[in-house]
Design a protein around this ligand. Structure first.
Ligand code: FES
Length: 109
């Protein structure tokens, strides 16, 4: 089942978009022209990632600097995660499958 998320052109112009899917916050971003979606909830203390700096596929949580690759959902600075006393089971964040057609981005549910 597909669920409309946003227009690809809107995502390209805004760089990142936050929306709700199944009552959960999701962050959508563009990387190399393709949209990606991850849970908008930092795996450290649960703050929104939307307010963090986004660059080249990496979102940085503005609270304590954890960096997450939006393409894989994996933490890319594990030493920071270790300093924050995070367990390895918390090093991956939920990603969402997307589908694009005619400038429309959809969640694949
Ligand atoms: S809440 Fe995101 S790094 Fe601490």
């Amino acid at each position: 089942m597909l669920q409309y998320a946003c227009d690809l052109s809107t995502l390209q112009s805004k760089n990142k978009v936050r929306l709700m899917i199944n009552n959960r916050p999701v962050l959508l971003v563009i990387s190399d022209g393709l949209p990606f979606a991850i849970a908008d909830k930092c795996p450290h203390q649960g703050y929104s990632l939307f307010t963090g700096k986004y660059d080249n596929g990496i979102i940085a949580c503005k609270e304590h600097g954890l960096q997450i690759d939006v393409r894989t959902g994996k933490i890319v600075n594990p030493l920071k995660a270790a300093a924050l006393r995070m367990d390895e089971s918390e090093h991956t964040i939920k990603t969402y499958e997307l589908f694009v057609e005619n400038d429309k981005v959809y969640f694949v549910l």
